[in-house]
Design a binder for this molecule. Structure first.
Ligand code: ARG
Length: 583
């Protein structure tokens, strides 16, 4: 089912052609959702943009366009506003038809993309024995939601958790494992115990040179394949992955693959050889580096950096003087794998903004290697504590993903404590609401803004929060519960009231919003939509009695309730938030 935006854009383009005006190349004729519903449902500034390009009068052009516009089956006669805006108001008839089709459409009015892409989404990616930090929280939810949305839009999506399971931290962990590991604590909470060991050894190594040396020796032994150290490393990876699986499953997050950094160890030496042979990298002071090729403007060249007004080399090191490989080397090998094994057309990296330079360099190196893949760094800002400073837990530690959830569920428990429910039921609802609240607080923000983490706000029953939206869904269900199954919905609809009209327009726009999210990777657009839908439904429900009405009016209103219910559920699901029938 094409959206109204698609239909109206096509018709507008046709009007241009009928009027013998060919849009100059690169100029896109577009109709968009109206910003103010008083003037219509859709609007376009195409006449103004085109008039400017052709140096003619915009209002005149708009008038000519309207003469050639064939939209009578969709809207009232379009109006011209201000300097040449075109406003479109959909007719009640077309909306009634749309509503009838929505009730029978599994895709809820969301058209599938014309050309599905094979997209690898790289997100979450915590590091072993290092605490998951706030950045991993954002990456986990943004990545999961984008994966759900891209899949629903019709792409072939492959999710891959690029765990940091290899690296210099293992020198310290192995030293700590041999000297201070508490087995009991490891059984209870492996991630926490490994983090403790790592932190303590790290602190000691700073104060005591001999400890640092011992850690380095352990690392070299691991890298050379020493059986004991390899065994310890494997156990660290295993206990961590076991626990991660549990956490992800509690959060409803699924990965198709868990290919950590270590999966590429064998590929790194041949890759660096290849980079040297191809002339993409060269040896500099004993290290193997990728330098600028001088073909880009300095501002766009990721291998140059501006220091005091002068452009200086910022090479990407792929092999150190001591022969060790780096984060960038692994990422280059990972890209090869994703193209070769998974035929990736696109790779999306949901990773914090501080890694921007790393990705610019890796992407540019990949292009220079002649690989045809679209790579995107989907960056995000920080989460701040309620005081606007870096986010800390109650005990003053920097916040990890697990702690946030424990606290969210505990606080949600306080909220549901007064309800008249059994303890089991209460615990279930608290778990469900706590997780949903944190996810929604994340996804309702623009990903680049640093947002303040406020427990009270995110758990509130009113406002733009998960509890409010889940409750809105529950209310749509309760309407049908009152009917006790004694209803069959007929696709015949007729729209009479303004509130019905407005709600139908909103429902039809679901198909536009889902695709808008993927333009700039912004699930917050969908969150905003779901919130507006809940409010629009609320106004409709206040204005139009449903169960007390009769005939086609009653049927239409029930269809509105049902479609709203389905879109609320699907919209929340695309944000990774589950709904419940009762609360
Ligand atoms: N483990 C990294 C970190 O915690 C994130 C990895 C992101 N993915 C990648 N392919 N580099 O910062």
């Amino acid at each position: 089912m094409p959206t109204y935006r698609q239909l109206l854009s096509e018709r507008l383009l046709a009007a241009f052609l009928k009027a013998n005006i060919t849009p100059p190349e690169g100029l896109i004729i577009e109709v968009g959702q109206a910003s103010d519903s008083r003037f219509g449902d859709y609007q376009s500034n195409a006449a103004m943009v085109m008039a400017k390009a052709l140096k003619i009068n915009p209002r005149q052009l708009a008038t000519t366009l309207i003469e050639h516009l064939d939209v009578a089956d969709l809207c009232e006669k379009p109006e011209i506003a201000g300097p040449g805006f075109l406003n479109f108001r959909l007719t009640k008839e077309t909306l009634a038809q749309r509503l009838s089709s929505l009730i029978n459409d599994d895709r809820l009015g969301v058209p599938a993309v014309n050309i599905p892409q094979r997209i690898v989404i790289d997100f979450s990616a915590p590091n072993i024995a290092k605490p998951m930090h706030v950045g991993h929280i954002r990456s986990t939810f943004l990545g999961d939601s984008l994966a759900r949305i891209a899949r629903f839009a019709g792409h072939h999506v492959i999710t891959d958790n690029h765990i940091g399971d290899w690296g210099t931290q293992f020198g310290m962990i192995i030293h700590g494992w041999k000297t201070r590991l508490n087995q009991e604590a490891l059984q209870k909470d492996a991630i926490q115990e490994l983090v403790r060991v790592y932190r303590e050894v790290n602190a000691e190594a700073k104060a005591d040179e001999s400890i640092l040396t011992s850690c380095k020796t352990e690392l070299v032994k691991l890298q050379q394949g020493d059986a004991e150290n390899l065994g310890i490393w494997q156990q660290c990876v295993k206990v961590t992955l076991d626990q991660l699986h549990e956490i992800y499953s509690r959060l409803g997050i699924h990965f198709d693959h868990y290919l950590g950094e270590s999966a590429y160890n064998d590929r790194l030496a041949p890759l660096v050889e290849n980079l040297l042979n191809e002339g993409i990298a060269r040896i500099s002071d004993g290290a193997t580096c990728i330098f600028s090729d001088g073909l880009k403007k300095p501002e766009e060249d990721p291998f140059l950096i501006n220091r005091d007004g002068k452009w200086e080399p910022a090479p990407c090191i792929v092999r150190k003087t001591d022969g060790g490989f780096l984060y960038a080397t692994t990422d280059l090998a990972t890209i090869d794998h994703r193209i070769r094994e998974w035929q990736a057309d696109e790779i999306w990296y949901v990773v914090g903004a501080p890694q921007q330079l790393h990705f610019r360099q890796v992407f540019e190196a990949t292009h220079r290697r002649g690989k045809k893949v679209r790579m995107i760094h989907i960056a995000f800002g920080s989460i701040l504590g309620p005081d606007g400073k870096m986010f800390k837990t109650r005990s003053g530690e920097s916040v990890g993903l697990i702690e946030v959830f424990e606290e969210a569920v505990e606080r949600a428990g306080v909220v549901v404590a007064e309800r008249e429910l059994g303890d089991d039921e209460k615990a279930k609802i608290a778990e469900f609401i706590g997780i949903a609240a944190v996810k929604y607080a994340e996804l309702s923000q623009h990903r680049m803004t640093d947002y303040k983490f406020s427990w009270d706000k995110m758990l509130a029953l009113q406002g733009n929060t998960a509890p409010y939206l889940i409750n809105a869904y529950v209310r749509t269900r309760s309407i049908f519960r009152k009917l006790d199954g004694a209803v069959t919905l007929d696709p015949t609809c007729e729209i009479t009231e303004d509130a019905e009209r407005i709600l139908t327009v909103k429902l039809a726009q679901f198909g536009e919003i889902v695709h808008d999210v993927l333009v700039d990777f912004r699930p917050n657009l969908l969150a905003q939509y779901v919130y507006e839908l809940a409010n629009t439904f609320h106004s409709f429900y206040e204005a139009c009695p449903v169960l007390r009405s009769e005939g086609t009016v009653r049927n239409t209103r029930l269809v509105l309730c049902e479609v709203t219910s389905r879109i609320l559920k699907k919209g929340l699901d695309l944000l990774g938030i589950q709904t419940t029938e009762r609360m």
